[in-house]
Ligand binder design. Structure first.
Ligand code: FAD
Length: 401
């Protein structure tokens, strides 16, 4: 692996750092204080869109057909970064505020699925509006249900064929940005007794009759973005909204498609945890300096240990990303990066809380916010236990359960 950071990446990291300091962290702190997600109409989102953020990685409809890469985009962000570069960016973004990072407009989690599995017509319909968005736009991926979290194969949301469409029924919960999304990629099953092979993913557009009951969940942290539950009641979508079209599902690809997102997503969540842990460490060092705690060798030792573990976790993230960039299997590395980084991030914030003492208990210090925010890194996209189960099965040569 080459650890050098090229000039374009270095400049971009500087920009993230500058905006993080001046804009992202203050907005995140405000959302936390108010205990609500950043409103859709907040000028912060429009500013991002004006700057050319929130765009899809999809190059456009003429790409792949001998074209030049789709319609010209004014002031676009340039070529798509590699996974390794993305990991550096998301670590830095989470350093300033992971909740704001997820609140930012864009296709988000389902983009990888649509790029990998979507038909050209679906890319045009669902990613096209994100090429040069005229306003802040969001999309999201809905897998989790009140009765199916870790065991994603147990989802109950049903899909029934009806003429030239599908009827969806079910309930989803904790879905990031759901109520503000232009469309939701909903994971459903044709038959809940048949497990993964019977799963399909459907584009459900905002305003589709039967999609409703949006309720923003109460969360302990990451308050800048909404995690939302909703229901699908006899919600009819056209046949063309089945991700990849029917032929893609002749093999058990529905569940695999969802898992593909997770394999790409785990190192990103892990890098987020490293960024949040680094933020807590920097704040802890400042606090310890200001309060004359650094004379104590044990305190220095604990701070050094946190710094060392964060660096180790970052290396695991980069290794998982490096494999993904080479399209090499990264299941173990992706799980390992997340299992380790989420824990290390929690340790760093927890150490900060101990150093703060009663200052932390008051609930208005950045470290206390990071302590609440970082917990979700151990939950989303597979809990720590689930990552360890995956790695242990792989170690002894068992197939993924
Ligand atoms: C902030 C936040 C944002 C989220 N965003 C999204 C989103 O955008 N889209 C989406 O689809 N979902 C989202 N989720 C849901 C998330 O993916 C689930 O919370 C996660 O999969 C865990 O599921 P669960 O909460 O139902 O816990 P459960 O699966 O009920 O697990 C409870 C506990 O049991 C353990 N456990 C479960 N099974 C086993 C096992 N076989 N062996 C050992 N231990 C086990 C778990 O590790 C955990 O500690 C979000 C959640 C949070 C907290």
């Amino acid at each position: 692996m080459n650890f050098e950071i090229d000039e374009a990446t270095r400049v971009r990291l500087e920009v993230i750092r500058e905006r993080g300091r001046s804009e992202v962290r203050p907005i995140g702190l405000e959302a936390d204080r108010l205990g609500r997600p950043i409103p859709v109409e907040d000028p912060y989102f429009s500013r991002l869109v004006e700057r050319g953020e929130g765009r899809t990685r999809w190059p456009g409809p003429t790409a792949g057909k001998g074209g030049k890469g789709g319609p010209e985009r004014k002031g676009g962000p340039g070529p798509s970064p590699t996974t390794v570069t993305t990991l550096l960016f998301v670590e830095e973004l989470a350093y300033w505020d992971r909740g704001v990072m997820v609140a930012n407009p864009g296709v988000g989690l389902p983009e990888g699925n649509v790029l990998a599995m979507g038909t050209e017509e679906q890319k045009e319909r669902f990613l096209g509006p994100f090429l040069s968005p005229d306003r802040p736009r969001w999309a999201c991926f809905a897998m989790t249900e009140p009765g199916a979290g870790s065991d994603a194969a147990a989802i109950q949301t049903s899909a029934r064929r009806d003429g030239d469409g599908w009827i969806l029924n079910g309930a989803k919960c904790f879905i990031g940005n759901a109520s503000r999304s232009d469309w939701i990629l909903v994971q459903a099953t044709l038959d809940p007794t048949k497990g993964r092979g019977a799963q399909r993913a459907f584009f459900v557009e905002r305003g589709t009759p039967g999609l409703g009951g949006f309720r923003i969940e109460k969360k302990m942290g990451l308050k800048a973005y909404e995690s939302t539950s909703f229901t699908l009641q006899d919600c009819r979508v056209p046949a063309a909204n089945l991700l990849g079209g029917e032929e893609r599902y002749e093999k058990p690809a529905g569940f695999e498609s969802a898992m593909r997102v997770f394999n790409a997503g785990r190192p990103i969540v892990a890098a987020n945890a490293v960024g949040m842990g680094r933020a807590a460490l920097d704040e802890s060092l400042d606090f310890a300096r200001e309060h004359d705690l650094l004379g104590d060798a044990r305190t220095r030792d604990r701070l050094e240990r946190a710094a060392r573990k964060l660096k180790m976790a970052r290396l695991l993230c980069l290794r998982a990303g490096w494999l993904a960039d080479r399209q090499r299997p990264n299941i173990v590395e992706a799980s390992m990066s997340k299992a380790v980084a989420a824990q290390v991030g929690q340790e760093a914030t927890s150490l900060g809380m101990e150093l703060l003492g009663t200052v932390g208990a008051r609930g208005d210090h950045l470290i206390e916010k990071l302590y609440r925010d970082v917990k979700a890194m151990d939950l989303v996209e597979g809990t720590g236990q689930i990552q360890r189960i995956i790695m242990a099965r792989k170690l002894v040569g068992l197939p993924r359960s």
